[in-house]
Ligand binder design. Structure first.
Ligand SMILES: Nc1nc(=O)c2c([nH]1)NC[C@@H]1CN(c3ccc(C(=O)N[C@@H](CCC(=O)O)C(=O)O)cc3)C=[N+]21
Length: 289
């Protein structure tokens, strides 16, 4: 059989349309600030894409570019300034930060009500307790992609490959909350292939091209490829590739997300949704759980 290709761009358009309608109800337009430190070209591309989407929706946007050698105190000062500004509803600190800056300390400094990446410990904790809060954008987008195929995940076996704070851990928490049975693997897991083969829903969030082969996949499973690795093209420039061997997977899976055009556009759409939700709560239009 040939897998259904899950169109992340089309689903993202729908999410963005709803965000646009929601934003039109607000007295004041949502404001999104992005902090980026250093000059990693990939990070700059991602930030530009996020800001462009936000502008298309009529959001107020601001990009704060900091030098690579900035000290942690200065990053924390920038966050504090944004926390205090009423017109800023969402703050995103683009990762990775320079090595000498402690990411968890920076995340802890962001006002949880403006934490549109959902990475503050309060939002992460609320997610594990199923009590609302802002949800990390990539896992949130993955849930929408999965539920576009299976709306009710009750009892399905989901396997999450990868355990990062930004994708793997919140992904597992969301699946558990949706009543799936969840297995999570990480760098020390033995025989990940065997575990993956048991999955009705397989999510790979590792960043290693070709990791997930055809024989890692249960026939008819849903495969969500979060991998985003930039590889240089012979003719110059870059292309992005996922973790999944797409050609092999397509012959086994029931449905699969492509890279590009799968999880990536949904991540950005969910960032816009989070920014709208933060604005709704902050402007008193929505009561947070
Ligand atoms: N604080 C923080 N939050 C993030 O959400 C975050 C981050 N840091 N650091 C880096 C990663 C990466 N990321 C992507 C978002 C969109 C695409 C995306 O739109 N990809 C397009 C293609 C883009 C291309 O062709 O280069 C696609 O898959 O179709 C990719 C990657 C968000 N990240």
């Amino acid at each position: 059989m040939t897998a259904q290709i899950i169109d992340g761009r089309a689903l993202a358009r729908k999410v963005l349309e709803d965000v646009g309608k929601g934003a039109a109800q607000l007295a004041r337009r949502p404001g999104l600030a992005v902090i980026i430190a250093g000059d990693d070209p990939a990070s700059h591309v991602y930030v530009r894409n996020k800001v462009r989407r936000a502008e298309e929706l009529g959001f107020l946007t601001e990009t704060i570019q900091l030098p690579d050698d900035i000290d942690e105190g200065a990053v924390l000062d920038e966050v504090a300034t944004l926390n205090a500004r009423d017109e800023i509803d969402g703050i995103l600190v683009q990762l990775p930060l320079p090595e000498h800056v402690n990411t968890l300390r920076v995340m802890a400094a962001v006002d949880p009500a403006k934490d549109v990446d959902g990475l503050h410990a309060l939002n992460a904790g609320r997610l594990t307790q199923g009590s609302g809060g802002l949800i990390p954008c990539t896992p949130s987008g993955c849930m929408k992609l999965i539920q576009s195929i299976i709306p009710d995940l009750t009892g399905f076996h989901a396997v999450v490959i990868g355990s990062s704070n930004i994708v793997g851990k919140p992904m597992a928490a969301l699946l558990l909350e949706a009543k799936a049975t969840v297995t999570q693997t990480h760098i020390h897991t033995r025989d990940t292939r065997f575990i993956a083969r048991g999955a009705d829903i397989l999510i790979s969030a590792v960043g290693r091209p070709g990791l997930v082969r055809g024989d890692w996949i249960k026939p008819r499973a849903i495969v969500i490829d979060v991998g985003t690795t930039r590889v240089p093209k012979v003719e110059g420039g870059y292309r992005i590739v996922g973790d999944v061997d797409f050609e092999e997977a397509r012959d086994v899976a029931g449905a699969i997300t492509p890279v590009p055009g799968g999880v990536g556009p949904m991540t950005i759409a969910c960032l816009m949704e989070n920014t709208l939700n933060a604005a709704l709560v902050r402007q008193g239009e929505l009561v947070s759980a």
